[in-house]
Ligand binder design. Structure first.
Ligand code: HSE
Length: 432
């Protein structure tokens, strides 16, 4: 039986999950892959964590990553510490030292892929990162291998479980954003510092990785337009439902002839769209390819065992490749990524919009607003006002036909200055 030695760096939730699952399912993995995957060493900066690891006599336990990176018997380094600088140092040192790498680090890959992928290729080593996007969902492998014959036209979905949980609580229980966030934190779904998730940046990092692989284009995090969910109010979720829509934080990437469209923002989505039914912490990604048409992948986007499942899938694939097919096979050629394609600015794109105006209920208000919309080429599809409070502030809801984002921004700036507009106008894009 062939043997492949692994060093795990970072024994947090995911790292300990990988370690435990590699032990618990060792026999099953060995039978299926015909390779014995041995954890030769584990590393964590916290010595107390190292003590909690139940271990064989010959398991290396260290707080110094170099002990594993420099161990000549270790074939694969699994980086699970997260963050950028130290993780980058570990991964580059491992690749320079002839080790294959598995990581779940989306922040690092979305910002530093230009340095890391070529280094792996130059050294004929694998860098695998299935767990970096949507936890257990095999979206990277699907794009790199199963759909390799497709021209990918669009990738879009719910890439963040925390925000989907919050929006689900807001919809189903009528909670405010703050209350739903607190519940997510109490349940251990949201981080104590939730900014990365609620700001949409976590989804944007994942979208960069998916777009890079799917479109084969040179993409940076700054190419993605990002809005989070902190401004969403329960009334908008209720209003959207009245018109047959859900509100979801979508990450959307489209390869269009005139440029790439890359954006993350709250979106009204028809209830008939399958993504509308993705509840709680679950994630789902649609891929549209010229051969496959639309394909939907659904599953757990985070958590100890779902994420460990993807990490182990990557380790096992490397183990099989190096055991039976030789070291010099790469499954994806990152070198082919061409010159940067034009990235469409959000202002140039057109959307239908949900608008909520807060206005004093008096004659002429709707006429004033609709004339500003018309002057900016925005056509109204539907108007709704269900409260009557003469002389007081009420919400007026409008759905528009497709209009340019730039025109919408100009119109809203003018509308917000009208004397009878009492609060900032809420605008949410509709995805069809
Ligand atoms: N915090 C992420 C989420 C999981 O809520 O989906 C890791 O990217």
């Amino acid at each position: 039986m062939k043997k492949v030695n692994v060093g795990i760096i970072g024994l947090g939730t995911i790292g300990s999950g990988v370690y435990e699952a590699l032990l618990d399912n060792a026999e099953l993995i060995r039978q299926r892959s015909n390779v014995s995957i041995i954890v030769k060493g584990v590393c964590d900066k916290n010595k107390k964590v190292l003590k909690t690891i139940s271990s064989r006599k010959d398991l290396i336990k260290t707080s110094n990553a170099a002990d594993l990176i420099n161990d000549s018997e270790i074939d694969v380094i699994v980086e699970l510490i997260g963050g950028i600088e130290r993780a980058k140092h570990i991964i580059t040192a491992a690749l320079n030292n002839g080790k294959h790498v598995v990581t779940a680090n989306k922040a690092l890959l979305s910002e530093c892929w230009r340095e890391i992928f070529p280094l792996a290729e130059k050294n004929n080593l694998f860098i695998k990162f299935e767990a970096s996007v949507c936890g257990a969902i095999p979206i990277i492998r699907t794009l790199q291998e199963c759909f390799v014959g497709n021209k990918i036209e669009r990738i879009y979905g719910i890439l963040n479980g925390t925000t989907n949980f919050i929006l689900t609580e807001m919809k189903e229980k009528g909670y405010s954003f703050r209350k739903a966030l607190k519940i997510a934190q109490e349940k251990g779904i949201a981080e104590k510092k939730p900014e990365l998730d609620i700001s949409g940046k976590d989804s944007a990092q994942k979208l960069v990785i998916l777009s890079l692989i799917g479109f084969g284009q040179d993409i940076s995090l700054s190419d993605v337009y990002v809005e989070g969910i902190t401004e969403i109010e329960p009334q908008d979720i209720r209003n959207a439902s009245l018109w047959g829509y859900s509100i979801k934080l979508l990450a959307i990437a489209k390869d269009r002839p005139d440029g790439l469209e890359l954006r993350v923002h709250p979106t009204l989505l028809k209830s008939s769209n399958l993504l509308s039914d993705v509840r709680g912490e679950d994630n789902a990604v649609f891929v549209r390819g010229d051969l496959v048409g639309d394909s939907l992948l659904f599953g757990k986007g985070a958590g100890k065992t779902p994420t460990a499942s993807s990490v182990i899938g990557d380790i096992a694939e490397i183990a099989q490749q190096i055991s039976f097919r030789g070291k010099h096979i790469v499954t994806y050629n990152y070198n082919y990524i061409p010159e940067k394609k034009k990235i469409s600015r959000i202002e140039e794109l057109s959307f239908s919009f949900y608008l909520r105006f807060s206005v004093i209920d008096k004659p002429g208000v709707l006429a004033g607003i609709s004339s500003i919309l018309a002057e900016n080429n925005i056509s109204i599809a539907n108007v709704f006002q269900n409260e009557r409070k003469e002389g007081k502030a009420v919400p007026v809801l409008v759905l528009t036909h497709k209009a340019k984002e730039g025109d919408m921004r100009k119109a809203i700036t003018r509308i917000n200055k009208l004397s009878y507009v009492t609060d900032k106008t809420v605008a949410i894009r509709i995805e069809s």
